[in-house]
Design a protein around this ligand. Structure first.
Ligand SMILES: *[C@@H]1O[C@H](CO)[C@@H](O)[C@H](O)[C@H]1NC(C)=O
Ligand SMILES: *[C@@H]1O[C@H](CO)[C@@H](O)[C@H](O)[C@H]1NC(C)=O
Ligand SMILES: *[C@@H]1O[C@H](CO)[C@@H](O)[C@H](O)[C@H]1NC(C)=O
Ligand SMILES: *[C@@H]1O[C@H](CO)[C@@H](O)[C@H](O)[C@H]1NC(C)=O
Ligand SMILES: *[C@@H]1O[C@H](CO)[C@@H](O)[C@H](O)[C@H]1NC(C)=O
Length: 282
């Protein structure tokens, strides 16, 4: 249904597709944003649309809660068009998708690209953590994001891991402030990092406030936790028990490897020697 809407929209914008009957038969293009899909107000963003080499025209649309709008047309011929969005602002946040046209008709629409613009609302929220910044592995941690401003929703992000952000609706406290509590649960050493939160309004979920001040969390834990948590699927959150089995296994494995290498070297050396003796003896 959305697609029919888009086709109608194309007509409305007098883009004159020659053969609307074939609309949507070509494979969908791939849409991507550079430098990324979480951008600060004022930045430049390039949205690229990858279609096929016989594409003759590319269209970029933005969908917000209220409407779908045509944003840009590119008459670049070839498999990629780049749309430049200069000085990103409040009206650039939304879901983007693109289409292309070849002589045989229009493509299906690309997947949606969610472009979030931060720094739009000047009232930045505050971020705090319980019980403290420096925790030991296995301890539970709760973040609190709060503001005097009536943001509907708060979002907690760990630097470099936008995908694992947490979203919470805000609650009004008796003190008249708006807040969200993010229970993160038992920490592991890979939970260390820099956190920040943003506020936004549900009416426009891709337009966010200025970020809170950064909050650095350090998790000190048993040595074995370091960089093993990702390799093993079994949860090893109970690291407080100081189970050294895994660590010892690794040490033994390494020792074995060293022995094998030494053995090979010795053997090679011995073989070389016997060769030389043979040749000398000849
Ligand atoms: C966007 O594209 C322009 C022109 O190709 C280029 O100069 C600029 O560096 C690009 N910006 C980003 C953020 O990739
Ligand atoms: C952490 O929270 C979980 C779930 O609420 C609870 O079962 C566990 O006992 C807590 N651990 C600590 C160390 O408080
Ligand atoms: C784990 O190792 C990777 C690279 O091997 C590194 O980028 C990452 O920071 C390490 N994580 C921790 C918690 O040490
Ligand atoms: C240590 O962990 C291994 C599996 O990872 C388990 O089989 C063993 O019983 C544990 N030992 C102790 C003392 O908890
Ligand atoms: C064996 O001898 C050859 C030539 O005599 C030398 O090039 C090679 O590096 C030697 N290999 C080892 C393992 O010492």
């Amino acid at each position: 249904m959305t697609f029919t809407f888009v086709v109608l929209l194309c007509f409305g914008l007098s883009l004159r597709p020659r053969n609307p009957v074939l609309a949507g038969v070509l494979p969908k293009p791939t849409i991507k944003a550079e430098p990324g899909s979480l951008v600060t107000r004022g930045m430049q963003v390039n949205i690229s649309c990858m279609g096929t080499s016989d594409a003759q025209k590319y269209l970029l649309f933005i969908k917000t809660l209220k409407s779908v709008q045509h944003r840009q047309t590119s008459t670049t011929h070839g498999e990629k068009a780049v749309f430049l969005l200069n000085s990103i602002g409040q009206y650039d946040g939304g879901q983007y998708y693109c289409l292309y046209e070849t002589t045989s008709g229009w493509s299906a629409q690309s997947d949606k690209l969610e472009l979030v613009v931060t720094g739009i609302f000047k009232n930045k929220p505050c971020l705090s953590v319980q019980p403290r910044h420096l925790v030991t592995s296995g301890e539970n941690v709760t973040f609190k994001c709060f503001s005097q401003e009536e943001y509907d929703t708060f979002i907690l992000i760990k630097e470099g891991e936008q995908k694992h952000s947490m979203i919470m609706e805000s609650q009004k406290t008796s003190a008249g402030q708006f807040q969200a509590l993010f229970f993160v649960g038992p920490m592991t050493s890979s939970s260390s990092g820099t956190f920040k939160c943003y506020g936004y309004y549900k009416a426009n979920p891709q337009v966010w406030s200025e970020p809170s001040d950064h909050l650095e969390i350090q998790v000190s834990g048993s040595a074995m936790n370091i960089n093993l948590s990702k390799d093993t699927s079994k949860p090893k959150t109970a690291s407080g028990t100081q189970n050294h089995t895994v660590e010892n296994l690794i040490r033994m494995g390494l020792a074995g490897l060293v022995l094998i290498i030494l053995g090979t070297l010795l053997f090679e050396g011995w073989r070389n020697q016997s060769w030389t003796y043979h040749e000398a003896g000849k």
